[in-house]
Design a protein around this ligand. Sequence first.
Ligand code: NAD
Length: 368
Amino acid sequence: MNFGYKNMDYTLQILSGDGIGTEIVNEAQKVIGWINSNTDITIKTHEDLIGGQAYDEYGTPLADETLENCRKSDAILMGAVGGPKWDNVEYNKRPEAGLLRLRKELDLFANLRPALVFDALIDASTLKPEIVRGLDILIVRELTSGVYFGEPRGIKDIGNGQRRGINTQSYTTEEIKRVARVAFDLARKRSNKVHSCEKANVMESGKLWREEVSTLRAEEFSDVTLEHMYADNCAMQLLKNPSQFDVIVTDNLFGDILSDEAAMLTGSLGMLPSASLGHKGSSALYEPVHGSAPDIAGQGKANPLATILSLAMCLRYSFDRGDIAEKIENSVQKVLNDGIRTEDIMTKGCLEVSTSEMGDAIVKSLGQ
Ligand code: NAD
């Protein structure tokens, strides 16, 4: 097959992680194998440990050498981290701490979470089919600042048996503009519309957010439609009329909540990919939204499609090969239309397959 591009080699750091991580990433590796044999690009993979596996092997959930390899690679594909085995490990050595460190060290400030409803899975949504049919929303969440990182923070004794819990919401002009720029850029490749969400009515940081996003649009993106919306209204509108949205940009806290809500419009955790992007030209992280699913690990039941769709995002955003990404997404669509399902998305009349059989079905469909 010839896509009409020059040959290109890319390096991909693979971090399978814990629980179902290895099972789902193995299926994405099959797709990488197909890409290497059938397109004009070559993806060279390098595998390493993260999370609980890394803690067991290296005594830390993210070794310095692994981090360096991630930094040097063009992109990173991760499975998931965590599990009951490490529940009693000290906080900064827990599996999740490895992932947080990776995001922070690479300054992955823009978290992209698409909420895409596949026609074949429309009944999995809790909303009526006519509300979610054809839904395609992209939430861009600021990931490295805001109330989860702001200082001062902590729990203080304030006397008389009382305590005060403190977190600080804080954003600078640059932090707002750089994530908004990502959203506007993406909107230009989609429907050219951005909703920016905050609580400018009650929070100064929200007022600043609104002003800076407006300024950026006027300076660099006057061709893109911008609408401001209070985050609570956005939560309501996502349920009432989700198809009004294309790209939503919002802060870390509201993004955490709104992206989970939007994702659930699609009804199925095993189908949701994500990307975390940093500065132009630096390595980005691609991973499914779900966790390590210890309850089904090792049983061949995990749905690998979120990981395969994360690989598609990697092709689109890090390797600039939207054509190959689209081919993978179309194969997922076709396999679902053919009634092939893992247990989590199984419905009557469909064929239930294992993790590995689902990966094989995608590769087979890619070859057709
Ligand atoms: P989870 O996402 O792992 O699982 C929630 C439910 O969804 C489970 O019933 C699971 O079986 C199911 N599920 C998840 N992914 C699936 C898939 N691909 N196919 C089929 N079913 C799937 O969330 P949890 O149970 O709350 O957390 C388990 C562990 O994962 C915890 O240690 C948690 O900290 C960690 N976690 C990691 C990440 C990450 O690595 N980014 C994200 C969330 C949770």
